[in-house]
Design a protein around this ligand. Structure first.
Ligand SMILES: Nc1ncnc2c1ncn2[C@H]1C[C@H](O)[C@@H](COP(=O)(O)OP(=O)(O)OP(=O)(O)O)O1
Ligand SMILES: [Mg+2]
Length: 151
């Protein structure tokens, strides 16, 4: 959000927000970046952000990945939702989506350097540490974002 129009006044009662995070998958790799935002500082997280008023989950995923990495995505689909009480003041219901890069040769760019240290592809079986709390919880629970291959 650029203009801050939807920001909650500091005096208001905290309310849950809706976040959308995207498992951008390339082969057996996933795109992660080290967060520089206050929430989850120095942890590795998926691209994503807050759902804007009137937006679909798919459009939010497409917009946030483009804003943060410059990448265009394809085959965007809903995966799951988690409820994250991150601190006394931060409660985010996070919608997890899955997508693939529209052009696998396109490299991610660090378009919001104040929010992310840089993007890279990581093997799902060799993820960097520490992961962003909500993502770590999913990994610990055995969650796998990759499509199951037909046997
Ligand atoms: N990888 C993730 N796992 C779980 N929750 C996530 C993940 N990424 C984001 N979220 C949730 C928690 C975040 O507080 C919330 C918003 O994402 P965040 O990256 O902090 O916003 P943003 O600054 O990129 O977007 P905006 O400009 O829309 O506020 O979504
Ligand atoms: Mg973000």
């Amino acid at each position: 959000m650029e203009n801050g129009a939807q920001q909650t006044p500091v005096t208001a009662t905290p309310t849950p927000k809706v976040g959308v995070a995207v498992f951008l998958l390339k082969g057996s790799k996933v795109l992660l970046g080290k967060r520089l935002s206050a929430i989850g500082h120095s942890t590795f997280a998926l691209p994503g952000g807050h759902l804007e008023f009137g937006e679909s989950f798919e459009d939010c995923a497409t917009r946030e990945v483009k804003e943060e990495t410059g990448l265009d995505i394809d085959k965007t689909e809903y995966l799951t939702v988690t409820n994250n009480v991150i601190s006394e003041k931060v409660h985010v219901v996070c919608i997890f989506m899955r997508a693939v890069p529209a052009d696998p040769s396109q490299n991610p760019q660090t378009l919001e350097p104040e929010k992310c240290d840089g993007w890279d592809w990581y093997e799902w079986n060799n993820l960097p540490k520490p992961l962003f709390g909500p993502l770590e919880d999913m990994v610990q629970s055995g969650y796998n974002p990759f499509p199951t291959t037909a046997s």
